[in-house]
Design a protein around this ligand. Structure first.
Ligand SMILES: Nc1ncnc2c1ncn2[C@@H]1O[C@H](COP(=O)(O)OP(=O)(O)O)[C@@H](O)[C@H]1O
Ligand SMILES: [Mg+2]
Length: 271
């Protein structure tokens, strides 16, 4: 049955990468409009989940198992990429270094890695790309080579690439990893604006400080399994996080942001 109010529905997915079984009967759902953080330690399966959503990986086929995106099981990968904006680290690593900022954003129209001479871009498309660059504060990167951009600049250009088709859902893999504080804050500000404009954002991360106050739902992923899922305030507790990361954690909240600090007494300053 179609249920378009759910943007992502994974049911009983068993997924292998090489000989490693990453997920066994994984089930999870994300509803439209529910800004969601998927949190898990290294190796939890976060990137594998992202690849499942982008259809770079498929579950083992069997009855009662599906990966349904925007209410559909079957997708032409190119259509999907224009509906679901994904910014991943793989994309950033693979992206063509010789592309310039404006071309990076334009390449979203074809979901390609760089632009090619056979691809035609009309004045409307170029204008739209320029408009996005203004919104993201990256107009100065228009002619800059991707290879010579900072990590934060690259990521903002790739976000522009994801936004060009106006996807209502964005999936961001560890968005602030390897960004300095200024770049982190700039990126968070942009993500918050997108959420406030009504886009659904799914953040995949192991950094709690990545999670803007607008995120309301949290899924904790551990060892390829959903450990806990629900409302952010209920899920983000000292106990849940300590269990998730296998280390005693105390959470500190400030202005709607969460930070994890070590909870074992030896980590405290001597008094
Ligand atoms: N190409 C691969 N071949 C075999 N195992 C892999 C491959 N990629 C990832 N894995 C394994 O799958 C598990 C989940 O990895 P991943 O999804 O990258 O986790 P995360 O992004 O949460 O750190 C890990 O145990 C990892 O070692
Ligand atoms: Mg990962």
């Amino acid at each position: 049955m179609l249920s378009p109010e759910k943007i992502i529905e994974i049911k009983n997915a068993t997924v292998y990468r090489g000989n490693t079984k990453v997920f066994e009967n994984l089930s999870l759902e994300i509803e439209r409009g529910s800004n969601t953080a998927i949190i898990g330690p290294n190796g939890a399966g976060k990137t594998t989940l992202l690849k499942l959503l982008s259809r770079e990986l498929y579950p083992v086929q069997r009855d009662g198992c599906y990966v349904r995106i925007l209410g559909r099981d079957g997708w032409n990968v190119w259509d999907l990429r224009s509906q679901l904006g994904i910014v991943s680290h793989d994309l950033q690593h693979q992206y063509a270094g010789h592309a310039r900022g404006l071309e990076v954003v334009l390449s979203g129209f074809y979901a390609s890695i760089g632009t090619y001479s056979y691809q035609q871009f009309g004045p409307d498309q170029v204008q739209r790309a320029q408009q996005i660059m203004v919104t993201l504060g990256i107009t100065e990167l228009k002619d800059k080579l991707f290879a010579t951009m900072s990590t934060g600049e690259q990521r903002r250009c790739l976000l522009g690439r994801a936004l060009i088709n106006e996807p209502h859902t964005l999936v961001l893999d560890e968005p602030t990893t390897s960004l300095d504080l200024k770049a982190t804050f700039t990126y968070l500000k942009i993500i918050r604006k997108l959420m406030r404009e009504g886009r659904t954002v799914v953040l995949i991360t192991h950094h709690l400080h990545d999670i803007p106050p607008e995120v309301t739902q949290v899924i904790l992923l551990k060892g390829g399994k959903v450990a806990t899922t629900g409302e952010k305030q209920q899920v983000l507790t000292d106990d849940n996080l300590s269990h998730l990361f296998d280390t005693p954690i105390r959470l500190v909240t400030e202005d709607g942001y969460y930070h994890a600090i070590p909870a074992d007494t030896s980590a405290r300053p001597a008094s």
